[in-house]
Design a protein around this ligand. Structure first.
Ligand code: SF4
Length: 209
């Protein structure tokens, strides 16, 4: 069985240095909600249309009803407008200052995020890692599927997270890159219908036994 570090090494060998979630901390928070249940291309379109208005002060100045049409192309726009407004209001409690959020512990901020509407573990961990640079490994469906296909019988995300973070650098950079590389692999190859020919995990994967 591969170690977490070995999995990451193979991902880097296959896809190169991973990207990073684009945008300012505020943009990352908002796009982390917008991307729920929709394609990233829809998020990009919305971000392009919002342009320089993608700042918390502007979002705060809008009512939910005013925000809805601006994010319509991302789907579920009524619910997402409500979630974004709640998240922006939460950030306002920190005067929109990343440093003020970072002054709290990761667990405190995670709990606060999880208490907001529309924010589950995946979104909270993405916001923590990419917007606030507080390392909280993001676990998504692609990652769970890959680990299962590689033969790990983890039952919970806590077990998966413990495995993935063992033996690697505990930093937001590392966690963010690793998640991005897993995302890339899931999108390019290891989706519901995998394209296994030439995969870097070919000889250790259950599906190619
Ligand atoms: S061999 Fe196929 S199923 Fe296994 S990790 Fe690669 S793409 Fe996924």
């Amino acid at each position: 069985m591969l170690t977490s570090k070995a999995i990451y090494g193979r991902l880097i060998a296959a896809y190169g240095q991973p990207d990073w979630w684009p945008g300012s901390p505020c943009a990352i928070m908002i796009t982390a909600i917008l991307v729920q249940n929709t394609a990233w291309s829809n998020v990009e379109k919305t971000v392009a249309e919002l342009g320089e208005r993608l700042i918390p002060e502007y979002i705060d100045s809008l009512t939910e009803e005013e925000l809805q049409p601006l994010i319509r192309s991302c789907g579920f726009y009524r619910a997402k407008a409500r979630y974004i407004k709640a998240l922006t209001a939460w950030f306002k409690g920190y005067s929109y200052q990343v440093e003020q959020v970072q002054a709290k512990t990761l667990l405190e901020v995670r709990q606060e995020l999880l208490s907001l509407p529309g924010i589950g573990a995946e979104t909270a961990d993405a916001i923590l890692t990419y917007a606030f640079r507080m390392p909280s490994f993001v676990l998504d469906a692609y990652t769970r599927r890959l680990l299962e296909r590689l033969g790990y019988d983890f039952k919970t995300d806590d077990e998966r997270r413990a495995f993935l973070t063992e033996g690697i650098e505990h930093s937001a950079d590392m966690y963010g890159w690793y998640h991005w590389a897993l995302l890339e692999h899931g999108k390019v190859r290891c989706g519901k219908k995998p394209k296994c020919d030439g995969c870097v995990f070919g000889e250790v994967c259950r599906l190619t036994d």
